[in-house]
Every structure is written in C-alpha cells, then in structure tokens.
Write a protein that binds this ligand. Structure first.
Ligand code: ATP
Length: 513
C-alpha cells in the first residue's frame, strides 16, 4: 500500500476509534485544530507522563513549573518574536492557495533526494549481490547530476534563508519552476513575511485595552521564572526547568493532520549551564533525548539527527530529532543551544538583574541555556504511525492492530466474561474492581469474543483476559497477548504482578536511566 494511503487510514482510524476528532466537527471543523477523544486523551497523557517523569523524577536537578499562557506583552518584544517570528509566505494567484516559500523549496530538495534513492534502489535490483552502492553513488552520471542540482539548490536556499532574503526565495521558486500542487501553474505572488503570533486583548476598551499574545512557545514562561525558581528552589547551576503546556501559532499552511496545528502542546525543558560548557551539554542532551525516543522500541533506523544550518537568532547550535513518518523523515523534537540570549534580553527589557552567583568561584554570570523542545501532538502522531498495522492472519483474514508500547496504551487490560450469565459477568467485574486501582482496565461483554478481541486490538490494548466456566472452579483466566495473540492460563491472583510490570511507565524509565 502506498504510504499516502496508509496515512489516510491512520487519520480515519484516529477518528473512528476515539483518538482524534477534527475540532468543532459538527460545524465541519476548524482548520488545523483538533480534539482528542476518549482514547486519544489517555495516550496523550501517557506520553506527557513519560516525558515529565523522565525529566523531573530521573534528574535531581530538574524541576517543573506551569506558567500562564498570557504573559506580559513586552516578553515577546524581548524574545524577538514580535520582530522575527515570521514565515515567508507566497500565494498562487490561480488556486488562491497560500504556501510557505521555504517549505516549497525544501520539498523540491527532498524530491531530488528521493530521485537519487530511487536510482540507487533500481541499480541495486539490477546488479544484485555484486552491487557496490558507494561506488555507484560516486560514479553514476544520473546520480551525480541530480546530486549536483540538489547541492546547488540547497546552498542557494540556505544563503537566502540566513539573510531572510525574500526576493531571492521568490527567484528560487521561479527558477526551479515549482508549480502549485492545486492549480499546476507558476502564477506566484511575491514572497512576504507573516508573523505567526495570535493577538488578543486584555481589559475592556473603556479602561484602555492592551494587546497581548497567545504564547507561541512555552519556553518564555520558563525564562521569566528563572529567578523565582532558582532562588526558591535553591537551585545550583547546572539545573533545568521543565514545562508542559499549550502553544499557539497561526500556521500559514495546515498540513498533515496533527503534525502542524494552530493550537498544540509542547514539552520543553530549559537547562541552565555555565558559559563555555554549553556545547558539551548540548551533545549530552541530544543523546539523552534520542535514548528517550528509542526506549519505545520503534527501531533505531527510524530516527535521525538533522543539524540546523540556519540558526535562529538566539542559537549557537541546534539539531532536530527526526522520525520516519509515512510522509518522510520529519522533525519531532528540537534541541537548541540558546546561549544567554533570552535571559540577557529579559534582564535588559525588565531592568532586573538576572544572573547566577557561583559560590565556588565567587563569580556572577548569566547562565547559558540548552533547550529540549518536543511537540506532544507530533509525538502522538509518530506513535500512531509506527503502531498502526494491518496484519494478514493465517486464516486469510486481516486484523487492524495498534501495536502501541504497552506503557502508552490507553487501556492496559480488557476483562471479558465468555458469556453473559452463570456468574461470569460478576466474576469479571470483581477482577476489574480489584485491578482498576493499578492500571486502566475496561470491562467488555458485548458481541462474540473474537469481535471483542478485534475491538481491543484496534485501540491497542496489550492484554485481554477471558473469564470462562473453568474460572469459577480454578480461579484462573485466559490471558491473551495483543501482538502474538498467544493465550495462556494464569491465576487471577498473579494478574496484577504479571501485567503491571509490563505496562508501567517505570519499565520505560528504567531503560533510559
Ligand atoms: P517547524 O519547522 O516544523 O515549523 P519549528 O522548528 O518551528 O517546527 P520549534 O519552534 O522548534 O518548531 O518547536 C518545537 C517543537 O514543537 C517541534 O519540534 C514540534 O514537535 C512542535 N511544534 C512546533 N510547531 C508545531 C505545530 N504547528 N503543530 C504541532 N507541533 C508543533
């Protein structure tokens, strides 16, 4: 099946099984805004918990906060967002569709790369075992020609982005003969800047309302609380502050479901370090964060680092962790070395002294910052994309199964009486009532056992147990594993220990500690 079709199936599966709904669905939705349903919210909470605990529980020197979405408007002046949080946009006059100029060019670069990979794959098939890939890449005229085009475009694009040269971005789009995917024409407008922050007003106009912004990142809430937390928590550098919360960006192009939303959630951690040590910490956090992703068992080959060439105005090093989505490798998390830019700017704009006094050296300095910033929704999407499977069974049937990591699954255990009589439902409820304090259990008695299993497979429940007539005699149940579909008889009294260990977030945390 084409990757595009798989992605469409994942999107409809998310809706059909209560994971993600379009916002305002009965009013036909609202662009790039989504709601999480009964299963989605559980999965999302588990992702957040895994992140939060990996930061705050596993590190003595990281604490959390929860700052407000509304903040003093000067904060966004100081942070540079009012002047520089822009995307270059371009319109197609025929389709009236709006695009991000940088995305159009990046897609073209990706298309060149794809072309090279296709050539290599074709040659691999043609030459069989004797195929020397490195040599082919270095000598094939077709590969070399495409590579050269890709490199030239990339260099030109990087230069234009670094200088934010809008005219040049427009020229690139014209020279590359990029067409609008809707109208198929090259009837483009000029490239313009577009600020991504949402504005609103506080106070009534009579009192003199003032414009404030919905935060486009949670990080600034951490920076402006640096002094509060450092002093009240008696924190010693190096230390970190973690936060999970909503962020808002008026994205020009709403694309790829929950990959790019106008209202989304971030999990950010700012780690304050001594100047001069930041690049060492940057590397450490890159590895720590990659390990967090890989502990989920999605396969090392599905992740890669992408080092930024265009550094944001505040950064001296930056890398993304990219995950292989059905639509290619895409950024899920950013790790940035933000220097002392933010703290210094807030010191300047607020008139406060924002420093750290190092008791060992008797010196004061403005700490440098390493930031790790991950989108909950993008993480959610990567988990969904990797877990969704349509499996061909031996009997020729297909089952749709979400092979979610057990610790993230919305429901951990479904308890099913074989029939709705002879005391089996009561026995099943007894088990639920006992285990519900330890993990998320669901009671399910409707339809045949086969149908009930499929229903649980589709929402990723790792374990099901069936209560049958034997249970009434021997206090044992049949435990079914979602992935292998194997069944075993286990004692009811052993269930908790057996399942809890496998489904707890602790099991993930132990892998990365
Ligand atoms: P992009 O280049 O895709 O727009 P970004 O580099 O602007 O992303 P950051 O500002 O580094 O993103 O934000 C950190 C993380 O927040 C991203 O890695 C992503 O997971 C998430 N994120 C950013 N924008 C959105 C969005 N519009 N919808 C969902 N998640 C987002």
């Amino acid at each position: 099946m084409a990757q595009e079709d798989i992605f469409k199936k994942i999107v409809s599966h998310c809706k059909e099984y209560g994971f993600v709904f379009p916002s305002s669905d009965i009013y036909d939705g609202l662009g790039a805004v989504y709601d999480y349903g009964q299963n989605g919210v559980e999965l999302k909470n588990n992702i957040k918990q895994y992140w939060w605990q990996s930061m705050v529980l596993l590190h003595e020197n990281i604490v959390g906060i929860d700052s407000a979405i509304f903040m003093h408007p000067t904060i966004w002046k100081a942070s540079g967002h009012v002047d520089a949080f822009n995307d270059p946009l371009i319109d197609n006059r025929d389709s009236k569709k709006r695009y991000r100029a940088d995305v159009l060019i990046e897609d073209r670069i990706a298309a060149y790369e794809e072309k090279i990979e296709k050539e290599v794959a074709k040659a691999r098939k043609r030459f069989g075992e004797s195929f020397d890939e490195a040599q082919y890449r270095a000598t094939s005229p077709r590969v070399l020609e495409t590579q050269q085009k890709r490199d030239a475009l990339h260099a030109r694009y990087a230069e234009a982005m670094n200088a934010m040269n809008l005219e040049e971005l427009g020229n690139i789009i014209r020279d590359e003969e990029i067409v609008c995917p809707i109208s198929g024409t090259r009837n483009w407008t000029e490239v313009r800047q577009f600020n991504l922050m949402f504005k609103t007003e506080v106070g009534s106009t009579a009192e003199g309302a003032s414009t404030i912004y919905l935060r486009p990142e949670t990080a600034q809430g951490i920076f402006v609380n640096y002094l509060n937390v450092q002093k009240t928590g008696r924190m010693k550098v190096p230390f970190g502050i973690a936060q999970i919360g909503k962020a808002f960006r008026n994205e020009i192009v709403a694309r790829q479901f929950i990959f790019r939303m106008r209202e989304f959630e971030q999990m950010e951690m700012q780690f304050f370090v001594k100047p001069g040590t930041e690049l060492e910490w940057f590397d450490r956090w890159k590895q720590t964060r990659l390990a967090w992703h890989q502990a989920l068992g999605f396969g090392e080959e599905n992740y890669r680092f992408h080092d930024h060439e265009k550094l944001a105005h505040y950064a001296n090093a930056a890398a993304d962790i990219e995950f292989r989505m059905p639509f290619g490798f895409k950024e899920v998390e950013g790790i940035h070395s933000r220097t002392n830019f933010d703290l210094s700017q807030h010191a300047k704009f607020s008139g406060r002294k924002i420093e750290y006094f190092d008791p060992e050296t008797n010196e004061s300095y403005t700490p440098y910052v390493i930031e790790t910033s991950i989108g909950v929704d993008r993480m959610f999407l990567s988990v969904m994309c990797h877990s969704y499977e349509e499996e061909r069974l031996e009997n020729g049937e297909t089952r749709t199964v979400l092979k979610l990591p057990a610790a993230l699954a919305p429901t951990k255990l479904a308890v099913m009486p074989l029939v709705r009589k002879e005391g089996l439902p009561e026995k099943a409820r007894e088990i639920v009532n006992d285990l519900k304090f330890h993990f998320n259990c669901k009671y399910d008695e409707k339809d045949s056992i086969g149908k009930r299993y499929r229903r649980q497979d589709a929402v990723g429940t790792p374990y099901c147990i069936t209560v049958d007539h034997e249970t009434m005699k021997d206090d044992c149940v049949t435990l079914r594993d979602r992935d292998t579909m194997q069944q075993q008889r286990v004692r009811i009294s052993d269930l908790r220990a057996l399942i809890e260990e496998k489904v707890s977030i602790t099991s993930l945390l132990k892998k990365i500690n």
